[in-house]
Ligand binder design. Structure first.
Ligand code: SAM
Length: 283
């Protein structure tokens, strides 16, 4: 990397199987002068596995501001630096946002070595609408705050992706059932790309029961992929957009169907037209 100008490399690491590490990611970690890692002891296992001895410094939520100066010094000295987190893509429910902003402000390039991200892996296997989605990160840990946040999200019509820990997964799903309704479909993706990988898609209430039935189902790391809420008709009655579009598309062309659905639901014609195109393409 000597021939390249000093840069900050944002390197994704595997969320499960270390064999998923790309050769480019390995070379980047080997070539930079310094690796900033969320937990240096955890990441030392990865670098040992890769046969890399690049010096490491910690960068976590409690020291990120202080570390920015140290990393800017390396860049000023012409040295490239890589940022990794414990697993997956840095900055996605992980540290790095402050650092990336500071490095950009100082005028150095920030480059991505993309790879695993649990949210995207879950979305890719859940089979729920993936054309539009919202990433919510971790919902609040306390029940009252979690229910309040879910209340704010109840009208979201796009697919919603959340991270959740093993000790809260069941209560979180019960709260979703209570706030979004028992029949809202949820994809639960557990231990993605690991030995005990498991993905199920069930109605919210049924998923709560499924989790309660077996302790093993509450073990490991989780992503929830939650079906978007139904659109509201102007009179307040709920209607599923795909059902409405399906009926209209059987009667008329895509443009007319989208216009009619937009009038009935009050949603943006462009959004509805895009959905109508996706539905006709899928037929
Ligand atoms: N930056 C990471 C990424 O790109 O996915 C996420 C870091 S966040 C601190 C960790 C959370 O991601 C876990 O609590 C879990 O919700 C989710 N997660 C990470 N790895 C996972 C896996 N293999 N299977 C399911 N969920 C996972």
């Amino acid at each position: 990397m000597q021939s390249m100008p000093a840069a900050l490399w944002i390197v994704a690491t595997p969320i499960g199987n270390l064999g998923d590490f790309s050769d480019r990611a390995r070379r980047t970690l080997a070539d930079v002068a310094l690796i900033a890692a969320e937990d240096t002891r955890h990441s030392a296992r990865l670098t040992r596995h890769l046969g890399i001895d690049t010096p490491m410094v910690s960068l976590h939520e409690h020291n990120e501001h202080a570390r920015v100066e140290r990393i800017l010094e390396s860049l000023a000295a012409g040295e490239s630096v890589a940022l990794i987190s414990d697993a997956g893509t840095p900055l996605i429910s992980d540290p790095g946002y402050t650092l990336v902003g500071a490095v950009r402000a100082a005028g150095y390039p920030v480059l991505a070595v993309p790879g695993a991200c649990a949210a995207i892996a879950a979305l890719s296997v859940a089979g729920l609408p993936s054309d539009r989605f919202v990433f919510e990160g971790f919902l609040p840990a306390k029940a009252t705050a979690r229910q309040a946040r879910l209340g704010e999200l109840a009208d979201e019509t796009r697919t919603l992706i959340c991270y959740e820990s093993s000790h809260r997964i069941e209560r979180c799903v019960l709260d979703i059932a209570a706030v979004f309704g028992a029949t809202r479909r949820i994809g639960l993706c557990r231990e993605l790309s690991k030995l005990h990988e498991q993905s199920v898609v069930l109605d919210a209430e049924a998923l709560g029961q499924w989790l309660a039935e077996d302790d093993n189902r509450r073990r490991g790391e989780f992503v929830l992929v939650i079906e978007g809420g139904p659109l509201q008709r102007r009179d307040g009655a709920e209607i599923a957009l795909d059902d409405l579009l399906g009926e209209l598309l059987a009667l008329t062309g895509t443009k007319q169907a989208a216009k009619a659905a937009a009038r009935l639901t009050g949603a943006a014609t462009n959004d509805i037209y895009a959905r109508a195109l996706a539905l006709t393409a899928a037929d």
